[in-house]
Design a protein around this ligand. Sequence first.
Ligand code: CAO
Length: 574
Amino acid sequence: MALMEVHVPDIGDLDEVTVIELLVKPGDSVAAEQSLITVESDKASMEIPSSRAGVVHSVSCKLGDKVKQGSLVAVLDVADAVPAIAPASAAATALPAAAVAVPAGAADARVPVGASAGSPGTGTIQVRVPDIGDFKDVSVIEVMVKPGDQVKLEQSLITVESDKASMEIPSSAPGLVRELHVKLGDKINVGDLMVVLDGPVGWDTLPPAAGTTVAAAVAVPAAVLPAAVAAPAAVLPAAVAGSAHTMPAHEPALVPTGGLPHASPSVRKFARELGVPLAELKGSGPKGRITETDVQAFTRSVMAGGVQTQAAASKEKAAANEVAAATDGAGLGLIPWPKVDFSKFGPIERRDMARIKKITAANLHRNWVMIPHVTNHDDADITELEAFRVSTNRENEKSGIKVTMLAFLIKAAVAALRKFPEFNASLDGEQLVLKQYYHIGFAADTPNGLMVPVVKDADKKGVIQISQEMGDLAKKARDGKLGPTDMSGACFTISSLGGIGGRYFTPIINAPEVAILGVCRSTTEPVWDGKAFVPRLMLPLSLSWDHRVIDGAAAARFNVYLGQILGDFRRVLL
Ligand code: CAO
């Protein structure tokens, strides 16, 4: 191993940028091109990647630091082959600003049409996407102007976002927006037309290049635009050079004003993964920047029911409508639900359904109506497994982790899903998506209603770890603190009423899964062993399955196999 320094590579015209996020800490393993820190300028935030794979030895900057080209970002332990304490390939990663010339024609930032050089009055100016370096097909995430708006030189027109950077693209000319050629979600590239302006002809006193429409002779303003970066393909801005004439200085600190939430790319990504609408958050960072903590806090308040997103509010309304439609039968073309004045028959109390109950009701209703359910009931002999569970708990008494039957059932379900992959699948149109991961959901009864937290990668965990995670998740569920990631991604769900009682029931499949296992309370029963009735502890199993994907024989085999595993848990190892 050798130590290798990673420096801030060429960030173009930018003098200093602020470190707004540290994405790694000492001891972390990083891959080549993995982002180490996020920095922010007036108009762009960008992540600075590692040029090599290694283990972070030390991080050399802290939040709020101002860094510039050459500043030390981190020291990595890397596999030999590079000189110790050699500067990371900052030079290799950097592309001098001068190299980012505006290509003739395609990349011209503005093209006055029919304008005579230096003449007064107005002309039509096409403002195109300037050279944005190595990027292709960056997404438009905000459009900040509309037809009729007056824009100033360098005023931001749109914001685009790649995997690792978001940046504003400014106007290369002042004028009145006549036509808008981009919309949210568009993928844009260098040279694409953004807007057509009615602008002052010759405002920059620059004569058009002979025989062309201004094209290469016109420079892009020295705004914050990303430049192509050689290996690794980092996202770093560089001023776009290439013109002899001076452009006006930057406007100071332009925080996006058009309503776009101010957040770094990784925070945006994090929020997108959680489904958090950034526009509904108030940032607690400098200049109102939304931080990861803000996103987490927002998620927590949503889960605790303190806050509701606008989308959830409209979903809830739709759910309420659906509940209404379901209860009056109109949505299904059935005769209306009977309307009864119950108070005629005795005292009553009316109670609004809790929010989670309404949402659950809408989901259950859809799943019940859309999925052709069949339920197979069976019993598993868990006499030995229960004895093992009890002795395990006795041995681990001091650890405070109690293993319940449900943890064994999760492990057994993984083994059955492995053997019958069509149970670990989802329907997507006419395709079946077969999953190669094993995330198991379990129904948890909470004061707010039914929640389904998910034990991720249950195939890679032991029964004790699963028990511990289940305990933590069940507690979070009861406290209303489950986050969306705690409840997403399940392949298969188990609903255990074993702690309560009962024999068999028909659990409703949790779409888009294709099966669910219901479990009730085990009881000691007389079982014929070929010679005599012997007392055995029998666990009732109820497997509901989607008949579009699974057929009855497969379901029976699944249940039989599950019973065999629970009867002799050593089979999990096979
Ligand atoms: N047979 C007999 N006893 C069982 C059992 C079974 N199948 N499953 C659990 N038990 C016992 C446990 O061993 C425990 O006994 P002790 O207190 O003596 O140790 C007791 O029942 C309580 O168990 P538990 O419910 O706390 O633990 P769990 O791991 O079985 O379940 C959880 C955890 C969160 C799933 C459960 O508390 C819960 O919420 N269940 C309800 C799920 C539900 O509502 N399903 C319906 C969905 S469809 O509307």
